[in-house]
Design a protein around this ligand. Structure first.
Ligand code: SRM
Ligand code: SF4
Length: 509
């Protein structure tokens, strides 16, 4: 049995469009054959957006979420050209997407990105997605393993040094990999197809391995132990390669709803799967360490924190729902250059960290005008807000998310005093890009009927736990009309999260 996407891939590999990009740019978006425009271009990270036809989105790869000031400036310059159509988002995979790009300009954009060490290759469709790692790798005082060199090696292997890797250009479906090096599971290991979490085995520090975590409209599953431990070296790359080869060669391809890794593990059983992985490795695959080292609650990395390096700090800035415009890219680049070492980190909460800020200049950084918008200490609900793209740009969306999420969080922050941040995640449809299942309160877009009319609504998720003993939340109430949400959430926060009411203003429209 096959499906439309498998047929498209069989006819011509996704990566083949690399050679045709100049031709597509010359012919204009209306004339590009549909399968190339809507599907295969995603192998280069180029997404046709039916909501804004002619204005493409580009999804980059930002391994471990690390960007330089030069890269930020280049991204700013690229989106700047497109006026009000140009913007960018920090994604839930610690990554950047930029928008508003006409196809005519994309070959030149790719050259500019390459010149500053960025690639968008194989960031969409049936490829390995952005590799997530601890956002404070190398600077976290309590770090166990620095994930940066491992992630860079893995990125080089998977993308063939950013040039595109035909070995992994035809997976049955998307594939997510995360490497955690700290104690707080900052990468959401449990929702990745493969995740490495720090663990001591017989006194040696390495990683226990989890497999099969994923979200889809059909099913959500937390990753399960592979019963494997690897040292923090090339073994991580070799094991990832072995799992990818097995997924590529044996993963289910008939029904795209059942093509993620966990479905293969279900069909084979974890023992057979493990044996197949072990048989591919040039070393003996050891059994898992008895326990992992994830023993902290998840940090959000906002505010000022001391680094492991003396007299240096990292400063986490809250970027409301991850949205960046050209001046924001420029200003972040400047702040990182003036106050740090020309580097920023992105987080899966869609925020940004400026590392390496010396004690002496910290007060001046905290007085910078950008920090009144990208605040180090925002109010508790806005602080922990995450939202997927939603209807503004995503054609799968059943509702608008980012603007609505922000307006509601801001209103609730004015209404209530919260004893601690409450993590609210919005996602515009059941694909769950905004990860409502990891949130304290998850909101998934849907439609409902009220008085004979179809209205925007959300399904309410609760019980998601992150960090130590992470657990997926579940749907507790279906189809709450969005205009009833202010009051519903207000009550929920009072009843379940210790919120105290402070005023009785009118809810946002
Ligand atoms: Fe996603 C498809 C946006 C993280 C599960 N996701 C899409 C598309 C490409 C659909 C489309 O073509 O319009 C969305 C692009 C909209 C746009 O214009 O921005 C989209 N996904 C996103 C981002 C940008 C959400 C965000 O605002 O941050 C995230 C980009 C991550 C990245 O940098 O690579 C994003 N998507 C996720 C995650 C979260 C994660 O990885 O931790 C998930 C759930 C985890 C998982 O995949 O297991 C996720 N996206 C999906 C799915 C369901 C996959 C499945 O197996 O069924 C789809 C639909 C699909 O692939 O068919 C999807
Ligand atoms: Fe689009 Fe749905 Fe993903 Fe949101 S969850 S970005 S609406 S596909």
């Amino acid at each position: 049995m096959s499906n439309k996407i498998e047929a498209i891939k069989k006819e011509k590999d996704g990566l083949a469009v690399k050679q045709e990009l100049e031709k597509f740019a010359a012919m204009g978006w209306e004339n590009i054959p549909e399968a190339d425009r809507d599907v295969r271009l995603k192998w280069l990270g180029i997404f046709f957006r039916p909501v804004t036809p002619g204005r493409f989105m580009m999804r980059l790869r930002v391994p471990n979420g690390i960007l330089t000031s030069q890269q930020l400036r280049t991204l700013g310059e690229i989106v700047d050209r497109y006026g009000e159509n140009g913007n960018g988002d920090i994604t839930t995979r610690q990554n950047i997407q930029i928008r508003g790009l006409p196809i005519e300009d994309i070959p030149e954009i790719i050259e500019r990105l390459q010149a500053c060490g960025l690639t968008s290759v194989q960031s969409g469709m049936d490829n390995v997605r952005n590799l997530t790692g601890s956002p404070v790798a190398g600077i976290d005082a309590a770090e166990l393993i620095d994930t940066r060199p491992l992630i860079m090696k893995l990125q080089a292997m998977i993308t063939n040094n950013g040039q595109g890797n035909p070995e992994f250009s035809n997976l049955p479906r998307k594939f997510n990999i995360a490497i955690e090096g700290g104690r707080d599971n900052s990468v959401h290991a449990e929702i990745n197809d493969v995740a490495f979490v720090p663990a001591y085995r017989e006194g040696r520090l390495g990683f226990n391995v989890l497999v099969g975590g994923f979200f889809s409209a059909r099913r959500c599953a937390a990753a399960i132990p592979l019963d494997a431990w690897v040292p923090p070296d090339d073994a991580v790359v070799q094991l990832s390669r072995a799992i990818l080869e097995i997924f590529r060669d044996h993963g289910l391809r008939g029904n795209r709803q059942k093509a993620r890794l966990m479905w293969l593990i279900d069909e084979w059983g974890i023992e057979k799967f493990r044996a197949a992985v072990a048989a591919k490795l040039p070393f003996e695959l050891l059994s898992a360490a008895p326990k992992d080292e994830i023993d902290w609650d998840k940090r959000d990395h906002l505010g000022v924190h001391r680094q492991k390096q003396p007299r240096l700090n990292y400063v986490g800035l809250h970027v409301p729902v991850g949205r960046l415009y050209a001046p924001d890219f420029y200003e972040l680049a400047r702040l990182a250059q003036v106050y740090g070492q020309s580097e920023v980190r992105l987080t899966v909460e869609q925020n940004v960290i400026i590392p390496h800020v010396p004690d002496a200049v910290l007060p001046s950084l905290l007085r910078e005008p950008l920090l009144s918008r990208f605040r180090p200490e925002p109010p508790p609900l806005e602080r922990a807000l995450v939202s997927c793209t939603g209807a503004q740009f995503c054609n799968f969306a059943l509702i608008e998310t980012k603007n609505r999420a922000l307006a509601l969080a801001r209103w609730l922050d004015q209404q209530l005093v919260l004893p601690q941040p409450v993590r609210i995640h919005w996602t515009g449809c059941p694909n769950s890009c905004g990860q409502p299942q990891v949130a304290d309160i998850g909101l998934m877009g849907t439609k409902t009927r009220r008085n004979g009319e179809t209205v925007d609504a959300v399904d309410l998720y609760m019980g998601g736990k992150v960090g130590k003993d992470a657990k997926l939340g579940t749907c507790v109430k279906k189809a709450i009309p969005c205009d009833e949400l202010p009051e519903v959430l207000r009550q929920l926060l009072i009843e379940h999260f210790g919120a105290q009411p402070i005023s009785l203003d009118t809810p946002p429209a």
